[in-house]
Write a protein that binds this ligand. Structure first.
Ligand code: BES
Ligand code: MN
Ligand code: ZN
Length: 494
């Protein structure tokens, strides 16, 4: 896809391929639609009235052979009541437009929707949202398909009456950010027989070839044993695919302490001996979506050469049942020295994350953000469009919430500061149990992690509900919460 901005194009003068033309409710024409209607001797209004397309949100029609207009087609899209369009309605309008346009192969589309006044959206975010939604709608994972789907067109955003030049930044940012999101989706959508912990480490190492200020360090099974990452190792014990932790260091600001992005990278979560039911178990290849989001973010950070000091960590591991698997009942000493009694081998995410949370103390981080498909309970609590946020720092969590609202990549804060939650994690034989099999599962998982994050500001993002979504009842990676993470970093630079 190609995106450019044009200031004022008169559609009757150029032989354009297609223009996207907004109209408002009750047959109110937008400025440009009025112009075309006059030139075409009322053709537009007549057709709209004949078809009862009065401009309600998402009513639409494609017109051909418009009198006195050189443009081959005009796609008319209803935008609802003028002055009442907000960011959410704008998303609906864009989604509808692109879903229809993608059925055709127009070479070039002149997009007049960016010219609408939206009361809670500036030009920068209008363009960012638009490009994000277009890329999201046309994404397809076709690596293993004979019939590959490609949709390609040039989109020209038309801006008529504006002195606002934030569109330069909007287009640059959107192109790079959405490429990173695509890379994250492509990685997450790979099947678990290809995307193994080792594969994640290969992808991490590839980054060093492309970007000079990225260095990658891999922690393999030997190193883990030496270090004493015993809970990490125990999760991996049943799997033939060995665990690898990839530490991706990007530094373009040597003066500041690092911001650490830690992604859960369980490349397949069978549950281990606490085996999951077979229904939809294939979706557990997405249990590495946290790692995929970190990987995509690092691409973006390096491509934009952001002046930040960031360490991205892909916590690669596989959770499988086997004669050598860790068992419910085992007591394992974490890297921090805390002993954990395993009560459920399916609560594995917190067991790999806790050892890394201890390991990264040595970096003296400014902030630590972990991103993990951690609990089904988070999906029950917040559904599939809002990620869970839990934190030991209100300063950091407020920053994340702010970024998530700006980027429209939402999170909601859940509390972890009540003693009752911690009481659920008590063991009679060790310091902690790993799974309370009880109420408030998203929170108790975070409480478990918080035992290992005492030395720094930390926020945990549970993306179990948001990391993938469904098209035709089948799962597809979403690339979330990359938009939020990058916005957080943008705000840190300001
Ligand atoms: N990866 C899962 C969480 C998950 C479940 C993500 C469904 C997305 C959709 C995690 O490892 C897990 O199995 N969690 C358990 C924890 C429980 C045993 C305390 C869960 O949520 O059931
Ligand atoms: Mn699990
Ligand atoms: Zn898991």
């Amino acid at each position: 896809m190609e995106y450019t901005v044009n200031k004022i194009v008169f559609p009757n003068k150029n032989p354009l391929d297609c223009i996207v033309l907004p109209i408002y409710e009750k047959y109110k024409l937008s400025k440009i639609a009025k112009k075309i209607n006059i030139i075409s001797n009322n053709y537009i209004l007549n057709i709209l009235k004949e078809n009862n397309i009065e401009g309600k949100i998402n009513q639409n029609i494609i017109l051909y052979r418009i009198p006195n207009i050189l443009c081959k087609r005009i796609f008319i899209i209803g935008c609802g009541i003028k002055n009442k369009i907000n960011r959410n309605k704008n998303k609906l309008i864009i989604n509808n437009t692109i879903n229809i346009l993608k059925k055709y192969s127009f070479k070039e589309v002149n997009w007049y929707l960016t010219d609408l006044k939206i009361y809670d959206l500036n030009l920068y975010w209008n363009i960012r949202d638009t490009i994000y939604l277009i890329e999201h709608n046309i994404y397809s994972f076709h690596k293993f398909k004979k019939n590959k789907y490609f949709f390609k067109t040039k989109i020209k955003f038309i801006i008529t009456n504006n002195n606002d030049d934030t569109y330069h930044d909007a287009i640059t940012h959107a192109k790079i950010i959405n490429l990173g999101i695509k890379k994250a989706k492509d990685l997450a959508n790979l099947p678990p027989n290809i995307c193994t912990p080792k594969y994640l480490s290969k992808k991490a190492k590839e980054l060093t070839k492309k970007y000079q200020n990225i260095n990658v360090k891999i922690i393999n099974i030997k190193n883990m044993k030496k270090l004493g990452m015993n809970t990490y190792l125990s999760v991996s014990r049943g799997a033939k695919n060995k665990p690898f932790i990839s530490i991706i260091k990007y530094n373009n600001n040597y003066k500041s302490k690092p911001i650490i992005l830690l992604g859960k990278g369980i490349t397949f979560d069978s549950g281990g001996l606490s085996l999951k039911p077979s229904n939809n178990m294939e979706e557990m290849k997405y249990d590495m979506c946290g790692a995929a989001a970190v990987y995509g973010s690092l691409h973006i950070i390096a491509e934009l050469q952001l002046p930040v000091n960031v360490i991205g960590i892909l916590a690669g591991c596989e959770n499988m049942p086997d004669g050598n698997s860790y068992r419910p009942g085992d007591i394992i000493k974490t890297l921090s020295g805390i002993n954990v009694e395993i009560t459920n081998t399916d609560a594995e995410g917190r067991l790999i994350l806790c050892d890394i949370l201890t390991y990264i103390e040595k970096y003296n981080p400014k902030y630590v953000i972990d991103i993990a498909t951690l609990t089904g309970a988070c999906v029950v609590a917040l559904g599939t469009n809002i990620s869970g946020l839990m934190s030991n720092s209100s300063k950091l969590s407020n920053k994340i919430i702010k970024a998530s609202l700006e980027a429209d990549d939402r999170v909601w804060k859940l509390p972890i500061d009540d003693i009752n939650y911690f009481n659920q994690l008590k063991s009679n034989s060790a310091d902690l149990i790993n799974s309370s099999n009880h109420i408030a599962g998203a929170i108790t998982a975070a409480c478990f992690l918080s035992k290992f994050t005492k030395k720094y500001n930390w926020v945990h993002i549970d993306i179990a509900g948001t990391a993938w979504y469904y098209i035709n009842n089948k799962a597809m990676a979403s690339g979330r919460p990359i938009n939020m993470l990058i916005q957080f970093l943008f705000n840190e630079i300001k």
